[in-house]
Structures are given as structure tokens and as C-alpha cells.
Design a protein around this ligand. Structure first.
Ligand code: ADP
Ligand code: MG
Length: 374
């Protein structure tokens, strides 16, 4: 069941929490709402659910206007960050709750409810815990029960508000994978709120990045990462290395550092944004870039080795961060305090005071032989 959000505006007193939000969630998709705390994610989710009313705009489910429908009539499943299970009820009773409280005319027979609950518990792989109480479950198990409870009403739309926010990293990862599988199996349409970019990029078909009550960009995770349409999105999606320089013909300079661009930039002042994997390191300056750095720290993080680097003879607001492979690390064997040079492969140019970055790619002939690089 598709969800259309059309021109939603919401004030709390004089504070505007949502500013003319429009978003399409196609049938069967999982759309992530990603943004910092206070950007309006929960408010938007509550408006979709019918737990909150908008000042302006409409919500449509499969083309049908539900703006004025009560939360009960919208028949959406809802999972919050805090499990909100009933403590005095067993797991099975918690999952059955929504069905048990239906008016008798709509309520399935007791045997049918038991069967459905059994199936749901199997689905979340917790059938063996049916007679336990919430206090006897781990956080991850509680959240799976909350999900089973939301699904007991067979909703076609599932709304999740930071459902894994209170869990530790390993459990979050398992639950993410499992939610994705469940989603593919049952074909509900989901909107998923998170402030964790990794979670949003991993789980979602589309990610809507929110900032201060507005949607900054909606795209697939791949597109969002490759072509962030604003500086905000760029900064929010992970670490970036920044070189700010003044243009002198096709060269951007700052202190002892410079980068030669493939074309003369339009503005006199530019910032180049480079993600950690868009920069390589070598022992000597490159043909198109002179960006001396000193190694400040070396950390082995899972699949890569991450280096923190301090600019030498030029300034940057933050340390640079570049990831290299273990194989590169082993052949180079760098130490703290060593000097090296950053070689941008791709950069995203942002003119001073401009909003939208422009991607720059150097052609092979404009760069050193990549084989010479570390
Ligand atoms: P998020 O979920 O992205 O953290 P919220 O949607 O919860 O953001 O909140 C967006 C903004 O609206 C915040 O500044 C918050 O303080 C404000 N807000 C949310 N709910 C209320 C409310 N019931 N009354 C007043 N202000 C609220
Ligand atoms: Mg929230």
C-alpha cells in the first residue's frame, strides 16, 4: 500500500516543526527518514499514523485520503524505540493484545488468535519464549516481540521510530538484517526513522534526509552517497575531508598546499570535499595535488586501517581521515609522525556560500600513475 505525503505543515505553538513536506513511499518499499535529533522525523511519522494532526497537507494510502481518519481506522503497525510491552502479560499475551481488545464482532475466535500468535512468534524466531514475561527478555528480544505485536493486526503499513535505538551495535545489526528479510517476505510498506546514517543506508530502498523540518534530499542509498545534493547531506552521511582554497587560474591554493582542478573554477573561493575513500596517500606530492599531511593516529578498524592526518603548512577545521587496506598498510608500514601526501581521486567542489556541490573527477592523464600510489 503506497503512502503519499502531500504538503504537510505542522506547528507546535509558534515553532514550525514541519515545513511543507511532500514524499512518496511506493507500495512495498522501505523508506528511511534520516536526520539529526529535532529535525521532525517523529512528528512526521506520527502524522502518517494519525497520532498527530497536521496544520496543512494530506496523507493518502494507496491514493485514498486518510487525513481525517482516526489512528484506529488507518490500520498501521507502529513500533517505537522503547519497547512498551505490557509487563504483567506474557509474551504471547502481549502479541495477542491488539486482537483480544477488538470488539467481539471483529475479534477472531480464541483458537484462531492463538494460532496467529504462534505463527507470529515463529516468524520473529521467539516461539520458545511465549510464556515468558518481558522482564525475562533481552532488549533485542523485546523489540522483536514489539514488532510481532505490531504485525498481529496484519497491517499493510508499518511505521518504525528508531526501533533499534536503545540496543547495542551487534544486536542492532542482526535486527536490521532480520527486518529487511521480514520486509521482503511480507511486502508491507514501511517508513523507518533513524538518526544513524549507516542504518538508513543499509536498510532503505529510499532515504529521505531531513533537516529542520524539511526534506533535503530523497534518493536511493547509492545515489545519496554518490551525489549528495547539499552540504548538509554531505556532512550528515559521514566523515569528509575539506580543503578550502583560493582560485588562481585552475589551481586552488592555501598556504603550502594546492590542488590543480581539471578546469578553471567559477568562483574565487572554493571548498573541496573528499570522503575518506576518495583520497589516496603517497610518499611524494602528486602532479595535480600538493597536500602534505602528518600521520596523527593509526587505527585498525575491521576491514581497513584508518589514518588520522594533520595538515602541514596549511589549515583545515578537522583532521583528515583516510582509510587504507591492510595490504597497503603492510607494504607501506607507516608510523605516527610520518609525512605523506593526499592525492584526491574525486572531489566535490562547493563554492563559497553555494548550496549544491559539483563533482570533480580527474582523468587518468591528469594524475600520477595510480600504481605508484600507496
Ligand atoms: P526528531 O524525531 O527528528 O528528533 P521531533 O519530530 O520529535 O524530531 O521534533 C521536532 C521538533 O518539534 C523538535 O524541536 C521538538 O522539540 C518539537 N516538538 C515535537 N513534539 C512537540 C510537542 N508535542 N510540543 C512542542 N514541541 C514539539
Ligand atoms: Mg524522534
Amino acid at each position: 500500500m503506497s503512502i503519499s505525503i502531500e504538503g504537510i505543515t505542522k506547528h507546535f505553538g509558534s515553532f514550525q516543526a514541519l515545513k511543507n513536506i511532500s514524499l512518496e513511499v511506493p507500495d512495498g518499499q522501505l523508506v528511511g527518514l534520516l536526520g539529526p535529533s529535532g529535525s521532525g522525523k517523529t512528528t512526521l511519522l506520527r502524522i502518517i499514523a494519525g497520532l498527530e494532526t497536521a496544520d496543512e497537507g494530506r496523507i493518502l494510502f494507496q491514493g485514498e485520503d486518510v487525513t481525517r481518519l482516526h489512528v484506529r481506522e488507518r490500520r498501521v503497525g507502529f513500533v517505537f524505540q522503547h519497547y512498551a510491552l505490557f509487563r504483567h502479560m506474557t509474551v504471547a499475551q502481549n502479541v495477542a493484545f491488539g486482537l483480544d481488545v477488538l470488539p467481539s464482532r471483529q475479534r477472531p475466535p480464541a483458537a484462531e488468535i492463538r494460532k496467529r500468535v504462534g505463527k507470529l512468534l515463529e516468524m520473529v524466531q521467539l516461539g520458545h519464549l511465549a510464556q515468558r514475561y518481558p522482564a525475562q527478555l533481552s532488549g533485542g528480544q523485546k523489540q522483536r516481540i514489539a514488532l510481532a505485536r505490531a504485525l498481529s493486526m496484519e497491517p499493510q503499513i508499518l511505521l518504525l521510530d528508531e526501533p533499534f535505538g536503545a540496543l547495542d551495535a551487534k544486536v542492532r545489526k542482526d535486527l536490521r538484517r532480520w527486518l529487511r528479510t521480514l520486509h521482503e517476505e511480507f511486502h508491507f510498506t514501511s517508513v523507518f526513522v533513524t538518526h544513524d546514517q549507516e542504518e538508513a543506508l543499509e536498510l532503505s530502498d529510499q532515504v529521505a534526509v531531513m533537516s529542520a523540518g524539511q526534506i533535503e534530499q530523497v534518493n536511493s542509498p547509492q545515489k545519496l552517497y554518490a551525489q549528495p545534493s547539499s552540504r548538509f547531506v554531505f556532512d550528515f552521511l559521514g566523515n569528509v575531508n575539506v580543503f578550502a582554497g583560493d582560485a588562481d587560474d585552475d589551481v586552488l591554493r592555501q598556504g603550502e598546499a594546492w590542488v590543480r582542478l581539471p578546469e578553471v573554477p567559477a568562483a574565487a573561493q572554493q571548498q573541496l570535499y573528499m570522503r575518506s575513500h576518495e583520497v589516496r596517500l603517497q610518499n611524494a606530492p602528486a602532479v595535480h595535488a600538493h597536500l602534505p599531511l602528518r600521520i596523527e593516529s593509526i587505527s585498525l578498524v575491521g576491514a581497513e586501517v584508518r589514518l588520522e592526518l594533520a595538515p602541514q603548512g596549511w589549515d583545515a577545521e578537522d583532521l583528515w581521515e583516510v582509510g587504507i587496506t591492510h595490504a597497503q598498510f603492510n607494504s607501506w608500514q607507516p608510523n605516527r609522525g610520518d609525512q605523506c601526501f593526499a592525492v584526491p581521486q574525486v572531489a566535490h567542489a562547493i563554492e563559497k556560500d553555494a548550496h549544491t556541490p559539483r563533482t570533480i573527477r580527474w582523468q587518468a592523464g591528469e594524475m600520477d600513475d595510480p600504481a605508484a600510489m600507496i
